[in-house]
Design a protein around this ligand. Structure first.
Ligand code: AKG
Ligand code: FE2
Ligand code: MN
Length: 221
């Protein structure tokens, strides 16, 4: 980043790591689209990436499925974690999910290469419940949310390494989310160069699908 290294504020309303098309949408989604910078300590980031790296390295990056939402990625569904990582995931659960919410298991791990990006989509309501919470590792990116009915309503989330984002309720159902490709990766006037990014994503189960029912979650949402 050129210049002083400080965040350029831009002209649109913003609250810390979230900016939006206007004050109304920002305040309406205040509790529905949340970024917690520095949720992970440097040691916790290291713990997760060291644990994930060997598993990810076995896979190849995927490209160019014409209808796919994600390009330049590899992913895995991980159900067995070290004790240190389980403690981190429990912190995510406590921070993002309510006591009545059951989490989709296993946890989704997505590795986007520097050229990789995620097109706008809404996670399947069939398989994922009302809350999505993601940890970002390795490099910063910008997640954009756009209202599916009112494209003039949008939010952008700055996801730095070690941050946690939470999408719930309206932010999860009424807005698409995407991760901007390198050429478009700006947070206001601040350029956010894309490097490799790993995300660790926890989701709640659809509310009607309690633990008593047969669970057959898809490999990913
Ligand atoms: O990488 C992320 O944080 C989000 C991934 C995503 O949107 C998805 O897998 O549905
Ligand atoms: Fe998604
Ligand atoms: Mn997905």
């Amino acid at each position: 980043m050129a210049g002083s290294g400080r965040l350029a504020l831009g002209t649109l309303p913003r609250q810390g790591w979230v900016r939006g098309s206007g004050p109304a949408v920002l305040s309406r989604l205040r509790d529905a689209a949340v970024v917690r910078p520095g949720f992970l300590s440097a040691a916790e980031e290291e713990t997760l990436s060291r644990e994930l790296e060997p598993q990810l390295r076995r896979r190849r990056y995927e490209y160019d499925h014409w209808d796919a939402a994600i390009h330049g990625f590899r992913e895995t569904e991980k159900s067995r974690w070290s004790e240190a990582s389980r403690a981190i995931l429990q912190r995510v659960q406590a921070a993002a999910f309510g006591p009545g919410q059951t989490l989709l298991s296993p946890v989704h791990v997505l590795d986007l290469e520097p050229r990789g990006y995620i097109k706008p989509h809404v996670d399947s309501i069939k398989f994922c419940g009302s809350t999505i919470a993601g940890l970002s590792l390795l490099s910063s990116s910008v997640m954009r949310l756009v209202h599916t009915q009112e494209p003039g309503e949008w939010l952008e989330l700055l996801l730095e390494p070690g941050s946690l984002y939470i999408l719930r309720g309206s932010a999860r159902y009424d807005f698409s989310h995407e991760i901007l490709r390198d050429e478009e990766s700006f947070f206001g006037e601040r350029r956010v160069p894309r490097g490799r990014r790993i995300s660790v994503i926890c989701r709640s189960l659809p509310e009607r699908m309690g633990p008593a029912e047969p669970r057959q979650p898809p490999p990913a949402c």
